[in-house]
Every structure is written in C-alpha cells, then in structure tokens.
Design a protein around this ligand. Structure first.
Ligand SMILES: [Zn+2]
Length: 259
C-alpha cells in the first residue's frame, strides 16, 4: 500500500490518499477540489472515500467528491452524532480490502463518539485521535475519559513501528507544549529544536513507538509526570476523575486546551 500525503489548500488539514494496485481510498477529502483533481490524475480502477469522523473539516467534502467521482463513502457505524451520509457503514472488527491490503477498522472514540481508525502492518490512519506530539481535542462531541481509554486500551496493542497519519499537523505547537509540561523530557526538547532548525520534514510523521517515548498523552502511567501535574496543577488534578493515569490524561487535555 502506498500513502500519498497532500497539504490542503483551504485549511490546515493534511489529506491522505491510500492506494494499492489501482484501488484508491480518499481519507477525509475535505479539500474536495484538490482531492478530485488528484484522484483523477491517478488512473484508478476504483475510488472510495473513507471518513474517520463526522466533523465538518473531515466529512464536509464528501458530497462534492462523490458527485464528481461517483464513488462510495465508507463511514463509521458507531457514529450517532453527525449523521454522515454513507454507502457502507464500517466499524470495530471490520476489514476493508484495498487491492492486496487488508485494513483493519477500529472504533477509537474520545475525539468524537463514533471516530474510527484504519490499521494495516506499519500504517495507521488516525484521523484526529493521534497527533504528532499531541492528542485530539474533546471539545466538539468528545470525552476525555473515552479518549484516554482509546490511548491506553483500544489502540495500545498497535506495534511501535507503526507510522500514523493524523488529520492535521500541529507538531510545532505540540512540541512546545510537550516541553512545557515535561521540561525534563530530553526527547521532546530534541524534537522541538530540530523542528525550529528546519531539520524536520513537514508534515511531521512519526511512529507510535516514538510518540510513546516523548508525548505525554501516551505516557500517562509515568509516575514522575503524574507527580509533576499533581503538584503544579493541584486544583485541576482534584477536579479530574479516574485513576492517576486517567487524571493525568484529563489534566493534560485541559492544559492543552488553554495552551
Ligand atoms: Zn475532528
């Protein structure tokens, strides 16, 4: 499977086109005009749309792309919030065949209740669940406890060498945030410095293993991170519910919302 990445011309979305042997999936083709012309240039045998979640900056291009390319829309059957129009509803445990590739669909709620992601060996289409150096927000139909369980349970078994494809590139702000909440994390500092020095390709793509080493949202079981947040942000800590790891996630999410 090949993954083509395009920077949207009309927003900060990163657009992905997955392709295997003439079979094409347009992931969240919000920038419809760009996606339509890119897809037309591919000489594909079949084109479909894969919608990770119902937010307008992800599903909002579907109708225009479908009208232009006459392609089917695959969208989450777990979604009860956004009523994304679809030709096929997919969700946890389903497999989508793309040429010779089998994409495993997972339900990954928290950014929205119905969010889905797609995984195959070495690749994860993560929508707005995972960001480089960050996590999806929970302000538009999401819930931080759900997102915490997506990080620590639902997707925790995915291998370290998985490259993931987030819907936006927020790396610069996120790296600054990582250093701010965890100044002792040398890996976060190194990444920020490399980005600022222009040594990093954009959009920034990383593996889950890398994220697990420096991104605090993946490191909520780290006791020194827990202790630091508890002492520096004691009132947020007291308000947050759940285990120390879940409290850590909730406080990190709140702080990032205000950052
Ligand atoms: Zn979103």
């Amino acid at each position: 499977m090949q993954v083509h990445k395009l920077q949207s011309n009309i927003s900060d979305n990163v657009l992905y086109v997955l392709e295997d042997d003439g079979d094409v999936l347009l992931v969240d083709p919000y920038d419809a005009k760009q996606m339509i012309s890119y897809a037309r240039s591919m000489d594909a045998d079949r084109i479909r749309i894969l919608t990770t979640h119902g937010h307008p900056d992800h599903a909002g291009g579907n109708a225009e792309v479908k009208a232009a390319l006459d392609c089917d829309i695959l969208a989450s059957r777990h979604d009860t919030q956004f009523n994304v129009e679809s030709d096929e509803q997919i969700g946890e445990g389903d497999e989508v065949t793309l040429g010779g590739t089998k994409l495993q669909i997972r339900h990954a709620p928290g950014h929205t209740a119905g969010h889905i992601v797609a995984y195959t060996d070495g690749h994860l289409v993560s929508g707005d669940v995972y960001f480089v150096g960050g996590a999806g927000n929970c302000r538009f139909g999401g819930e931080p406890g759900e997102l915490f369980r997506t990080f620590t349970e639902r997707l925790a078994d995915l291998p370290d060498d998985t490259v993931f494809y987030p819907g936006h590139d927020y790396a610069e702000k996120n790296f600054n945030y990582c250093v701010e909440v965890e100044p002792s994390n040398a890996e976060a500092k190194r990444r920020l410095e490399a980005l600022e020095a222009g040594e990093t390709e954009t959009p920034v793509l990383t593996t889950l293993g890398e994220e697990r080493s420096y991104n605090p949202f993946h490191r909520t079981s780290d006791e020194s991170l827990q202790e630091r947040l508890q002492s520096e942000h004691s009132s947020l800590w007291k308000e947050a519910s759940g285990s120390p790891a879940e409290k850590t996630f909730r406080v990190l999410r709140k702080l990032r919302d205000q950052y």
